[in-house]
Design a protein around this ligand. Sequence first.
Ligand SMILES: [Zn+2]
Length: 139
Amino acid sequence: MAKRINLRAIRANTAYTFEEAANTLGVSIVTIRGWEKRGLSVMRLQKPFLILGCVLQEFIEKRIRNAKVPLDPDQLYCLPCRKPQIPMGRLVDYVPQTATAGRLVGLCPECERTCNRMISKAKLRDLAGKLDIAIREHG
Ligand SMILES: [Zn+2]
C-alpha cells in the first residue's frame, strides 16, 4: 500500500457508501471496489451499497499487516514478531541461494527465533559496519 491510510478517520459503528468510504480514507472509489474483489464485505441488499466501518477497519488492518514492510539496511524481518528487527549482536550469516543473491539469517532479539532477509551479493558490502556478516559457502 503506497499511500498512508488514516484508519482513525473511520468510525466503527457507521455504515459508509463507497463514495463516503473513499472520501474518508482519501482513496478512490476504484480502490474500494478493488478491496471488495479482494474480500471486503459489502452490504448489497439495498442501494446505496454500504460498508460497515468496523468491517472496513478490519479489512485495512489486515492489508497493512500483510503489506511488505520496508527494512532498514541493518534489519531482518522476523516472521513470528511480524516486524523488522535488528539481529541479536548484529550477527548474521549470509547463505548463498544463487551466485548473485542470498539470504541473511540472524536471531531475533525479541523472540530469539531466526529472522531472514533476501539480499543481492553485491549489496553485502554496503552492510559492512552495520552488521557483522559471516559468509557461508554453498553446502
Ligand atoms: Zn522475533
